[in-house]
Design a protein around this ligand. Structure first.
Ligand code: AMP
Length: 421
């Protein structure tokens, strides 16, 4: 026999009933996005490699080590998207969304791909809920975006979180900071190979190194906050002021830089208790220069991504396990089964989820199937019921039974289930 084919390492099948929790998270996010005026984009999973190498930065972990990149049959280099921001900006520019009046508020949901070492909370295909607001540099928009993120997490019941904030300043502040940081980094020895190289070419990335040893060496390093010019410092102060006003708890983390090169000014990350090493559930920030990097006009913007896999891992297992109340038709004999088919359609027309057995099971086996499917009501239908036009309606929770007229069944059940009777 041929060997069984398995899924690719780091890529998971998400199965029912877990999928209902995924749908619930997406629905809550969509509701909040609607309230804040965000509209959905559906974007391709594949993009030209250049989109990511140009925007994320060639010396970041993502571009240097983690992208799924391959030539297509024509020889063009394509990449499975490792993140959404660059492609949202690409799509906005290509479709001229940036020319419309006002801030363009966009969101997109779906899988991202990074060739990382799989572990709990880290997958090679993972899923993000992503939003981007394009067209304004106002700190008030930064605050609104953060409020919206916290609103989504709050509505999902995720309260044990810490919001970390920093400002990365504008490119001029960053230049000043990088110069100071470089001097500091040269004074220490023992960096990992990546940091040894990066301390000269892209010193900001050293702050983001995952090695505990490098993090230890960074103690006492200069911080961005000390290098912010007046405008960037003012922007940051206003964001903090608004978060205070709206009572969003936050902590400043002066070494937060995030793993992508395009961030400017506000950067943030949300960390959840109970996730172990991979504890960031969401991250985001402002990226005022990204549009120009991609050949577009000046288009200041800010956004975030929620890691949906991790979010679901940290939410209680029962959160979002919603399934509609179900009716099961237990039919015995060909005539009853035939009648049951019509009844099923009637029930569904009334908006009731209804099922029956298709494998010729005994009544006892049908009852246990109904139980397994989580049916709230079972209707028992045999020859006698067909003759009298009455069926037995059984409430699974109590075991109580009553006779009801078949004709009245959909209306009666709809009333029961909506709690009217
Ligand atoms: P990033 O795009 O790296 O800022 O990531 C945003 C969020 O996506 C993170 O806070 C994580 O929750 C999630 N995330 C990033 N990489 C992975 C991964 N390999 N597996 C699962 N979730 C991830």
């Amino acid at each position: 026999m041929a060997g069984q084919i398995r899924a690719i390492r780091g890529m998971r099948d998400i199965l029912p009933p877990e999928t209902s929790r995924w749908q619930w998270v997406e629905q809550v996010a969509r509701e909040v996005f609607d309230l804040y005026g965000y509209r959905e984009l559906r974007l391709p999973l594949l993009e030209r490699t250049e989109l990511f190498s140009r925007s994320i930065g060639v010396d970041t972990d993502i571009v240097a080590k983690e992208m799924y990149t391959f030539p297509d049959r024509h020889g063009d280099s394509l990449t499975l998207r490792p993140e959404a921001t660059a492609q949202v900006v690409r799509a906005a520019l290509e479709n001229r969304l940036d020319r419309a009046p006002g801030v363009q508020k966009l969101y997109t949901l779906g899988p991202m791909f990074r060739y990382e070492r799989p572990q709990k909370g880290r997958y090679r295909q993972f899923h993000q809920i992503n939003c981007e607001a394009l067209g304004a540099d106002a700190p008030d928009l930064d605050a609104e975006v953060i409020l919206m993120l916290m609103e989504i997490l709050g509505r999902l019941g995720l309260t044990q979180v810490r919001l970390f904030l920093n400002s990365l300043g504008c490119p001029e502040c960053q230049q000043d900071f990088k110069a100071r940081l470089k001097l500091f980094l040269r004074t220490k020895e023992g960096w990992c190979d990546d940091c040894f190289r990066r301390r000269e070419i892209n010193p900001l990335r050293v702050l983001d190194c995952k090695s505990a040893h490098c993090q230890g060496l960074l103690k006492g390093s200069p911080v961005l906050k000390d290098c912010l010019d007046e405008a960037c410092a003012g922007h940051y102060a206003r964001v903090l002021e608004l978060l205070n006003r709206f009572r969003v708890p936050y902590e400043e983390n002066p070494r937060l830089v995030r793993g992508l090169d395009y961030y400017t000014r506000t950067a943030f990350e949300v960390v959840a208790a109970g996730l172990g090493a991979q504890d960031a559930v969401a991250g985001g920030g402002r990226y005022n220069g990204l549009s120009q990097e991609l050949g577009g006009p000046e288009l200041p913007a800010i956004g975030f991504a929620i890691g949906q896999d991790r979010l679901l891992e940290v939410l209680p297992p029962e959160a979002g396990r919603i399934s509609p109340p179900k009716v099961f038709l237990a039919a015995l004999g060909d005539a009853a089964r035939d009648r049951a088919l019509g009844l099923l359609q009637d029930l569904r027309r009334w908006g009731l989820a209804a099922e029956m057995d298709f494998q010729g099971r005994s009544l006892k086996a049908q009852m246990s199937l109904a139980d397994r499917l989580g049916a709230i009501y079972v209707i028992i239908l045999g020859n006698r019921e067909l003759e009298t036009g009455q069926a037995v309606l059984r409430r699974m929770a109590t075991g109580g039974q009553e006779q009801v007229a078949l004709k009245e069944l959909p209306a009666i059940l709809a009333n029961f289930i909506s709690g009217k009777v």
